[in-house]
Design a binder for this molecule. Structure first.
Ligand SMILES: [Ca+2]
Ligand SMILES: [Ca+2]
Length: 232
């Protein structure tokens, strides 16, 4: 490489580095939505859905959208954060798991893990510098007419059970489970606005409702991701 080419390459690298988008470019505006009914039906949702933006992990024989696919959307309406999910899954493997049964210990290794990873499920986390909220849901109604398994607020080592999320789920005419959720942000945070919440997802597909729990570690597939949002 001659000297001119060398310096040209150096300058190009520096310029490219300067133009790398800052991570804030992943910030997403939470769009406004009119008044909706939390009945699980998404015909009143007129905002874009995110699809294929979560990272897959777990078993290698996952066979694509026929096996599992999800779309989700967030919206705001007054003080409410609204959340919708379309859940397509070839085998439903879902049940109610009370919070006091959340941990499961492997019978051979003795290792403890979250029991929810052994069933179809959704973990939603909302975080800011001063606020932590977590909810576990099933794709279908599992408890008290709701898909919510439980909710907590507070830091990992000092979580407090809360009951803030209104949620419902139905199966539509295409066999897709649709979930609809409402979370009142004033009730959650005590004051508004909430600045740039980070929203994290884990969406778990298990397809072996009859299998021994230990074997389900081998069949686990999940999609995960986190994005930063802002309200207008
Ligand atoms: Ca599946
Ligand atoms: Ca499943």
């Amino acid at each position: 490489m001659n000297a001119m080419k060398y310096w040209f390459t150096c300058i190009l690298v520096v310029v490219c580095m300067m133009e790398l988008p800052a991570w804030q470019s992943a910030d997403r505006l939470i769009p406004q939505l009119g008044k909706i009914t939390i009945d699980g039906r998404l015909n009143d949702w007129s905002v874009p859905f995110y699809k294929n933006d979560l990272t897959k992990a777990g078993r290698a024989d996952f066979h694509g959208p026929d096996d599992f696919s999800i779309e989700y959307a967030l919206a705001q309406s007054g003080d409410d954060l609204l959340i919708a999910i379309r859940w397509s899954d070839d085998v439903l493997d879902s049940r109610y798991i009370p919070r006091d049964s959340a941990r499961w210990r492997h019978p051979t290794t003795g290792n403890a893990m979250d029991r929810m990873y052994l069933y179809d499920g959704i973990k939603l986390q909302l975080q800011t510098d001063s606020l932590q909220y977590e909810a576990w849901l099933a794709p279908t109604v599992v408890a008290n007419g709701s898909p919510v398994q439980w909710e907590t607020r507070g830091p990992r080592n000092n979580r407090v059970a809360v009951n803030l999320m209104e949620a419902n789920s139905v199966k539509d005419s295409n066999g897709v489970y649709t979930l609809e959720m409402r979370l009142n942000l004033m009730a959650l945070a005590g004051q508004l606005p909430i600045e740039k919440p980070q929203v994290s997802w884990v969406m778990i597909d298990q397809d072996s409702p009859e299998a021994a729990l230990a074997s389900k570690l081998e069949t686990l597939v999940y999609f995960h991701g986190r994005s930063s949002y802002f309200f207008n």
